[in-house]
Design a protein around this ligand. Structure first.
Ligand SMILES: Nc1nc2c(ncn2[C@@H]2O[C@H](COP(=O)(O)OP(=O)(O)OP(=O)(O)O)[C@@H](O)[C@H]2O)c(=O)[nH]1
Length: 237
C-alpha cells in the first residue's frame, strides 16, 4: 500500500531585502569620487600648509584609532595614508586632492594622531597646539571626521577636540564620528557604544565602521560627498 503524499509545511521566510537602487547609486558616485584621491602635499606645521580654495575634510583621532586604514578604505587605495602597526607614525598634516575628471573639488586632510603615550610631552603639546589652531582657524574646513576605537570609547582628548570644534559646528561645520574596528565588537556591544557616543557627540553623526568587514563605508563616503556637494542632498532627508 502506498502512503498518501506528505503535506509540505508552508515556508515562512522573510522576503529578501530589496536593495534601494537610488541609495546604491549614491554610494557608487561617492566611492568613485573618493577613489580619485591623490597626494598633494605634506606639512609639519600649520604655517607650511598651503591654503587651497577648496572645501577641506579633516580626519582626526587618537593614535592607532585606525585613521590611516579608514582613509585607505574610503579611497579604496592601499597606501594613500600610511597605515602602520606602530602608533604615532603620522607626524605631518597630509593633504590629498579629490575630484572627478582630474579637477579637484575638495581636499582631504590627514592630521597626526594624538595621545600616544610614548611621545615626549613637549611634542604632544606641540601637536595639540597645531591641531587646535588648524581646527579653529582653517577657513576652508568643511567637515571633521573623528575616528575612535570603540573599545576605548571617546577619550578625554577626543572630547576636548569636540569642544574645540563646537563653536564652528554651530556655524555649520559638519562632523562625523566613526567608531572604527567595529568588527571587534558583538552586535549588542556595537549598539551600546553607538548610543553612548551619540550622547557624547551631542547631535553629530556617529557610525560604526570596519575596514575589515566594510561596515559603514558606503554611508560614510556618501556623507562626505554630500558635505562637499550639498546640492545633491536626497529630498527625503
Ligand atoms: N580589526 C580591525 N583592525 C583595524 C581596522 N582598522 C585599523 N585596524 C588596525 O589598527 C591598527 C592601527 O591602524 P592605523 O590605520 O595605522 O591607525 P592610525 O590611527 O592611522 O594610527 P597613527 O598613525 O598612529 O595615527 C593597525 O594594526 C590596523 O590594521 C579595522 O577596521 N578592523
Amino acid at each position: 500500500m502506498t502512503s498518501p503524499p506528505r503535506k509540505l509545511a508552508p515556508v515562512f521566510s522573510r522576503p529578501p531585502a530589496v536593495a534601494d537602487p537610488a541609495k546604491a547609486e549614491r554610494a557608487r558616485v561617492a566611492m568613485g569620487w573618493l577613489h580619485t584621491a591623490h597626494f598633494l602635499t605634506s606639512a609639519p606645521q600649520l604655517e607650511h600648509l598651503p591654503t587651497l580654495d577648496l572645501p577641506e575634510i579633516a580626519f582626526v583621532g587618537r593614535s592607532n584609532a585606525g585613521k590611516s586604514t579608514a582613509i585607505n578604505t574610503l579611497t579604496q587605495q592601499t597606501r594613500l595614508a600610511f597605515a602602520s602597526k606602530t602608533p604615532g607614525r603620522t607626524q605631518h598634516i597630509n593633504l590629498f586632492g579629490v575630484g572627478k575628471q582630474k579637477v579637484d573639488d575638495a581636499v582631504l586632510a590627514d592630521l597626526p594622531g594624538y595621545g600616544y603615550a610614548a611621545v615626549p610631552k613637549e611634542a604632544k603639546l606641540r601637536w595639540q597646539r597645531v591641531m587646535g589652531n588648524y581646527l579653529m582657524t582653517r577657513e576652508t574646513l568643511r567637515g571633521v571626521v573623528l575616528m575612535c576605537d570603540p573599545r576605548h570609547g571617546m577619550t578625554e582628548l577626543d572630547e576636548i577636540l569636540l569642544d574645540v570644534i563646537r563653536p564652528r559646528v554651530a556655524e555649520g561645520l559638519k562632523f562625523l564620528v566613526l567608531l572604527t574596528k567595529s568588527d571587534k565588537l558583538t552586535r549588542s556591544e556595537g549598539a551600546k557604544v553607538l548610543s553612548i557616543t551619540r550622547l557624547q557627540a551631542g547631535g553629530g553623526e556617529v557610525k560604526l565602521f570596519s575596514a575589515l568587514k566594510k561596515q559603514g563605508v558606503d554611508e560614510a563616503a556618501e556623507l562626505l560627498w554630500r558635505w562637499v556637494h550639498p546640492e545633491t542632498q536626497p529630498a527625503s532627508e
